[in-house]
Every structure is written in C-alpha cells, then in structure tokens.
Design a protein around this ligand. Structure first.
Ligand SMILES: [Zn+2]
Length: 279
C-alpha cells in the first residue's frame, strides 16, 4: 500500500479512550473511539498511504476489531478505507451514492490539484488508491455498542453534504462532526446546502454542554461556543447570498459584508444558487 506519508501526524486525547489523529496535510483530524471489545475508526484519510499509516497507528493503540465510519464521501475522509479491510464500513446511504457517482471525478480533480501544488507524491498515492464503497448503510439514529461504551451515530439533514454523519460519545462528552465544522479554515461550501446547514448545526449543539469537546474534520478540537459562532457565520453568509440571488444586493456587497473570505463566499453563493434558495 505504499510507504506512510512523510507529513507528520500526532495523537490528541480528547476523552478517556477517545483519540484524534491530527495530520499536517489539510489539517485533517481522524477519530478513534475505544471500547472494551471493539473500536470505531472515524474517517480513513485521503489515500491508501495515509490510510495505511492511520491503520498502523490504530493498531499501536488497540488490538480490538474495528469498524469504520465515513462521516462523508469527500476524498480526504474516505479514500484511505482499503487499509482497514476486511471490516464493516458504515455510512449514510448518500455517502455510498456519492462515491459511486463522483469518486473517480474526485480522484481526477485531486490528483491534478496536488500536481499543481507541487506535491506529486500525494498525487501518485491518490492515483494508485483503490476506492472502497461503504457496505453498512445507516438509517437514522444508530447506537453502536463497543463494549462498555456506546457511540451514537446520527444525521441531521442537508449541511456540508447531503449525507453528513455525526458520532456522539456520550460517556466521554465528545462529538465528532466531520466537516459540518472546520477549525482553522472556513467551512467548505462547494456542494453544500447553505440554507439548511445551520439547522444541522443546531442539532449538533443539542448534543453539547459547556464541557463538550467537538471534533471537526479539520483543525484542532473546539467547544460548543465555537460551533455556535461558526453557525452564526454560516447563517450570515446564507442571508447575504440569498439577497444576491434575489437581486436585493450586489455580489460585491455580499463579499464585503461576508464573515468569510471571497472564495468561500463565492462557493456559498454557487451552492445556494444550485441547490436551495431559501436563507
Ligand atoms: Zn474534509
């Protein structure tokens, strides 16, 4: 499966037996929840090499059987799965559908992108990666028993994608939220649903208390006030973009008033125009 990627990775413990592996590349955060009898691996990294490094890192912590959860279908979360097989691979049905429809397009685009960025070794690894489709479809709220610990998986409607899955570890007061939240970079709006994303984050906030750790798909773990602030920013950009689409304000005005950089606001505008027009 190729050599582990050279970019360094490190563990962050966010609760008793709840770990996050942080990667420099894309500032990615992958999750591991340890139970007495089994463990849950949350997302698999962006290529076969990163997946192999991640699987070896998990094995350095636990010998228990694993299940994999894909929070969504984007390559950086789902392309590393082969290193974990054979095992159950859980996702929302929409994740599998998107990998079927769009997986090879993602591969082509990111191979090109990494070559443009002067990172041919990552491009080569993505090009050589065997895409794996999830095989265990989640339908609604699902409780996973890992032995002495339950992880609750749920989906909260259209947000970063149409198939985001959140993993809640109630006894540790930790919530893994995929790219519904990003820390250190603006949320990624390409292909998103800006009008309903805030409602999904309200459901995330319903799982949190003052001491909850929220693990975003990118960046360091955050708390509920960070999520609330990012939700407010997404509401604000949604209102601005809706006003552009109705002709009430110009795009320049929206870009100037947006809480996010221009590229992010333009992506939100595209997403809203394509998918849903209600703020
Ligand atoms: Zn991501």
């Amino acid at each position: 499966m190729g050599e582990p990627r050279s970019a360094p990775a490190r563990w962050v413990e966010v609760g008793d037996g709840v770990l996050v592996r942080r990667y420099d590349e894309l500032d990615l955060s992958l999750g591991l929840v340890l139970g007495r009898d089994a463990c849950l691996v949350i997302d698999t990294g962006g290529d076969a090499g990163q997946g192999a490094e991640w699987a070896a890192a998990v094995r350095s912590v636990t010998a228990n059987p694993w299940r994999v959860l894909l929070t969504h279908a984007h390559f950086d979360h789902s392309f590393g799965t082969a290193a974990f097989l054979p095992c159950p691979v859980l996702s929302h049905p929409g994740c599998r559908a998107e990998l079927v429809a769009d997986g090879e397009t993602q591969r082509t685009e990111w191979v090109r992108q990494y070559r443009v960025e002067g990172k041919p070794e990552i491009a080569d690894r993505i090009a050589a990666t065997r895409l794996v489709l999830p095989d265990s479809m989640l339908s609604g709220r699902t409780e996973l028993d890992l032995g002495g610990r339950t992880v609750v998986l749920d989906s909260f409607g259209l947000g970063h994608t149409d198939h985001d899955v959140v993993a809640h570890v109630p006894d540790a007061d930790v919530v893994f939220v995929g790219d519904l939240v990003e820390n250190g970079a603006p949320p990624a709006f390409d292909g998103s649903y800006p009008a309903t994303w805030p409602a999904a984050l309200s459901s995330v906030l319903d799982l949190t208390g003052p001491a909850t750790t929220v693990v975003p798909g990118h960046g360091d773990p955050v708390d509920r006030s960070f999520v609330a602030a990012q939700r407010a920013d997404i509401v604000a950009v949604g209102i601005l973009c809706a006003a552009v689409l109705t002709g009430d304000i110009g795009e320049d005005d929206a870009l100037r008033r947006s809480p996010f950089p221009g590229d992010t606001t333009r992506a939100a505008l595209r997403a809203l125009a394509e998918r849903d027009r209600k703020p």
